[in-house]
Design a protein around this ligand. Structure first.
Ligand SMILES: [Zn+2]
Length: 257
């Protein structure tokens, strides 16, 4: 099918292609990830140069060819300039783009996740804690990919009234102390680890509430660590996704504090 179409999109990245062209990688709400050639964009007077930078939110006119499509024109709706000038914000934004790149296939629609992406970029721009924004994005990504962990009680026994709580990404949620002991006896603890109630309450909200209701959350450092462990282990176990930009983000964050 060859056709001209229009779509809002966020630029994941663009890379050099031939002498004057680039290949752009976009995240769109209704076509998933889209790759397209941007012809002549490296020529000095090209009007397209301003719309191919990572993080740019724009409206793009695309031509879908038999193989690689072509970007015809576009206009910037929001540039997210701060994400390009501040190293902490930039690396946090890069983590989000990397996760989208690895998780979202071409041709599938993810309008809700598209909205979440823009909201998270806005939160970064408005100086909400970047670690909080990343945890929110990870939770929303997992949810939009169709996985919701069991967090109301032990996945095998229901409500947990005594003993410690554990999270097992492989069975998909919380387990009680008895289940953890059984698991350890059968095959070693695997990837299960202890969690406390505060972190569970926060992560529950991250799966249930819209982004704007989560921006005022104030996890403690221990809770941040637990949330990160829960979310990254789910991404890895269920989708095989590991964010390679994260160490770069953490280094920048430490330097800044
Ligand atoms: Zn149990």
């Amino acid at each position: 099918m060859c056709a001209l179409y229009n779509s809002d999109a966020v630029v994941i990245r663009s890379r050099d292609y031939r002498d004057y062209d680039k290949i752009i990688n976009l995240f769109t709400p209704y076509y998933g990830r889209v790759s397209a050639v941007v012809k002549g964009v490296k020529k000095p007077k090209s009007k397209l140069a301003g719309i191919v930078q990572s993080f740019t939110y724009g409206n793009y006119q695309l031509y879908s060819g038999k193989s690689l499509g072509r970007l015809v024109q576009g206009k910037v709706l929001h540039g997210f300039q701060e994400l390009r000038t501040d190293l902490v914000l930039m690396s946090a934004g890069m983590c989000i783009l990397e996760l989208i790149d690895k998780a979202i296939p071409e041709g599938e629609e993810y309008p809700a996740l598209f909205g979440v992406t823009l909201s998270c970029f806005h939160l970064l721009e408005k100086s909400y804690p970047p670690s909080l924004v990343l945890r929110i994005f990870e939770a929303k990504l997992i949810h939009n990919l169709g996985v919701s962990p069991e967090l109301s009680g032990c996945i095998n026994h229901g409500s947990i009234t005594q003993g410690n709580l554990y999270f097992d990404p492989e069975t998909g949620g919380l387990i009680c102390e008895t289940c953890f002991e059984q698991l350890t006896e059968n095959r070693g603890p695997g990837r299960a680890f202890p969690v406390e109630k505060g972190s569970i309450n926060i992560i529950k909200r991250m799966f249930e509430f819209p982004v704007y209701k989560l921006r005022t959350l104030k996890p403690t450092q221990l809770q941040y660590d637990t949330l990160e462990k829960m979310l990254t282990s789910m991404l890895e176990v269920h989708f095989g996704i590991v964010c390679k930009t994260k160490p770069f983000f953490k280094t920048n964050l430490q330097r800044n504090s």
